[in-house]
Design a protein around this ligand. Structure first.
Ligand code: NI
Length: 174
């Protein structure tokens, strides 16, 4: 059990492209996942990517199966470990939604995302994951996987009038 410090926007490590995991089922990988889960839980995050704790590997965790206090109106997303992900857009629809990020504390922004996508990858044992999702689940996957390509949500925004401090923006932001 280890809660790790979360890197904040401005740290060059958040802009790196992460490396694929080569070996599954290792003690090192299980330890990384425990650190990610502990750190995500301590911060009430909807998800966390390994680069956010300074580990440049293609590993993300997201979901809890329960409503998230940071996104109280969003539907629950199943707890997921996703390694070496590939995302494929389905259809042309985009959705705008409010996002925050543990690496961009105190702020929220309105971010366009693919409305529906297929994501493929592996869990920590090397078991294949292949899901087609939409809505908030699709948004969370895109946000977390973006961390693996060195992208933070403000870099996806198009309208900076819809960006501000959570305690100052008009409510609600769901
Ligand atoms: Ni984030």
């Amino acid at each position: 059990m280890a809660v790790k410090p979360i890197l904040k926007m401005g740290d060059a490590r958040l802009l790196q492209v992460a490396q694929p995991v080569q070996q599954f089922g290792t003690a090192q990988l299980f330890e990384l996942l425990q650190d990610l889960r502990d750190t995500m839980a301590a911060a009430s995050g909807a998800g966390l990517a390994a680069p956010q704790i300074g580990v440049s590997l293609q590993v993300v965790v997201f979901g809890s199966g329960q409503p998230n206090p940071r996104y109280p109106d969003a539907p629950p997303v199943p707890p997921t470990v996703l390694i070496n992900p590939v995302l494929t857009r389905i259809g042309a629809d985009e959705q705008l939604g409010w996002e925050g990020c543990l690496s961009v504390p105190g702020l929220r922004g309105l971010v366009p995302r693919w409305a529906e996508l297929r994501y493929q990858g592996f869990d920590e044992h090397g078991t294949v994951i292949d899901r087609t999702v939409s809505g908030f689940h699709a948004r969370v996957v895109q946000h977390e996987c973006d961390h693996l390509w060195g992208q933070l949500y403000p870099m996806r925004m198009r309208d900076f009038t819809q960006f501000g401090f959570t305690d100052t923006l008009p409510q609600p932001q769901a």
